[in-house]
Design a protein around this ligand. Structure first.
Ligand code: BDR
Ligand code: CA
Length: 367
């Protein structure tokens, strides 16, 4: 165990820590991003989406971030809706300076599966907002990601809140790109069961091949999965605080939340929605909200029942094997690359009250 005085971890730190066998909670004692000098460059890749919308509003209310751009992708709803939803959030936050670049219509190799049962037919819980006046930039998302990363090598973190199609497309188009990306902070995956199938979390389930490319890219990944995001149910009291604040941002967030809470109840859920993506965003602002462990994470892409499952291997579990060979062949499943060197910091616990204080406090603030 160690403590850090600086966050987020850099590629060099990550490799050094991994090589030294530092396995747990390397964010413990970290200085929150609030205390760091100068805003940090991020691109937010997203499929809004109720919790995406909250995450975007939180990001645009966070002076620690230099948001280089937003790249909507198909996921919770089709791109035809995630794109205008992202533009709407930019307008509501009055941040027309932030470019929005059009992402992928469909996963790399699979048919799109959406989550309208959780986000409503329009992706915002059914909350209706005017058509956005802002337009996306001409370059597509994968090109935009490349351009920004190459412009600021080693400085840009990708915060991914949806299927990883855009990021994987950018990585595949430019083999040198991964080494220039500072990190990926991802809402995705789970080491404790899925929310679409018993095995798979939605973002990884939708495009498992893309997720695998990201996990295997060598980019330090910070994984905020269902293990922690399931502990972040939005309540009526949170929404009331947003309504009472009465700002453009807080009222828009409250409207989305009210609609989605109602939708959740109609769907038979007694609590929620969960603020999955907002927690991932918040983890970048303040990693001390969560407890972290090093894992080697890989994605199941071929399982008949388990495509999109994320498997986490602990560095200490060096006795683990690949799947047994069949009678017809000698092939076993992949044994972990690089002898169990971690490729991800996985969030394993969260201080939910502190997270909501950050989220609701910022969305409700007048400044
Ligand atoms: C993830 O899937 C989506 O429905 C949410 O927006 C979040 O990104 C949770 O599994
Ligand atoms: Ca999302």
């Amino acid at each position: 165990m160690t403590s850090r005085t600086n966050v987020p971890f850099t590629r060099r730190d990550f490799v050094a820590a991994s090589a030294a066998g530092l396995a747990v909670s390397t964010f413990a004692g970290a200085v929150p991003a609030f205390a760091q000098s100068g805003p940090r460059r991020v691109i937010i890749d997203t499929d809004p989406g109720v919790d995406d919308a909250f995450a975007l509003l939180l990001a645009m209310r966070s002076p620690e971030l230099k948001i280089e751009g937003i790249t909507p992708v198909a996921g919770n709803v089709p791109l035809e809706l995630t794109l205008p939803n992202a533009l709407r959030m930019v307008e509501i936050a009055n941040r027309p300076d932030i470019p929005v670049a059009v992402g992928a219509h469909a996963p790399l190799l699979r048919r799109l599966v959406t989550a309208t049962y959780a986000h409503g037919e329009n992706g915002l819980g059914g909350a209706v907002f005017p058509e956005p006046k802002l337009k996306p930039i001409a370059d597509p998302a994968s090109v935009f990601i490349r351009q920004i990363v190459r412009k600021y090598p080693g400085e840009v973190t990708l915060i991914t809140l949806g299927p990883l199609t855009n990021v994987a497309t950018a990585l595949m188009s430019d083999t040198g790109l991964a080494s220039m990306i500072k990190g990926v902070t991802m809402m995705g995956g789970s080491l404790s069961g899925g929310n679409v199938t018993p095995a798979a979390e939605f973002n990884v389930y939708v495009d498992p091949e893309a997720a695998r490319i990201v996990f295997q890219s060598g980019i330090p990944v910070t994984m905020v999965g269902l293990d922690v995001t399931r502990k972040t149910a939005l309540t009526d009291a949170h929404v009331k605080r947003l309504e009472d604040a009465g700002t453009q941002v807080s009222l828009a967030a409250a409207k989305i939340a009210r609609n989605d809470i109602d939708l959740n109840r109609r769907e038979g859920n007694s609590s929620g929605p969960n603020m999955h993506d907002s927690l991932a965003l918040a983890s970048f602002l303040d990693p001390t909200l969560l407890t972290w462990r090093d894992y080697y994470v890989d994605v199941e892409t071929e399982g008949e029942l388990t495509a999109g499952e994320t498997l986490g291997y602990r560095p200490s579990e060096s006795g683990l094997h690949g799947s047994a060979a069949t009678l017809a062949g000698t092939k076993t499943s992949a044994v972990l690359r690089d002898k169990f060197v971690p490729n991800a910091k996985v969030a394993v616990d969260v201080n939910s009250p502190r997270f909501f204080e950050l989220l609701i406090g910022r969305l409700a603030s007048k400044a």
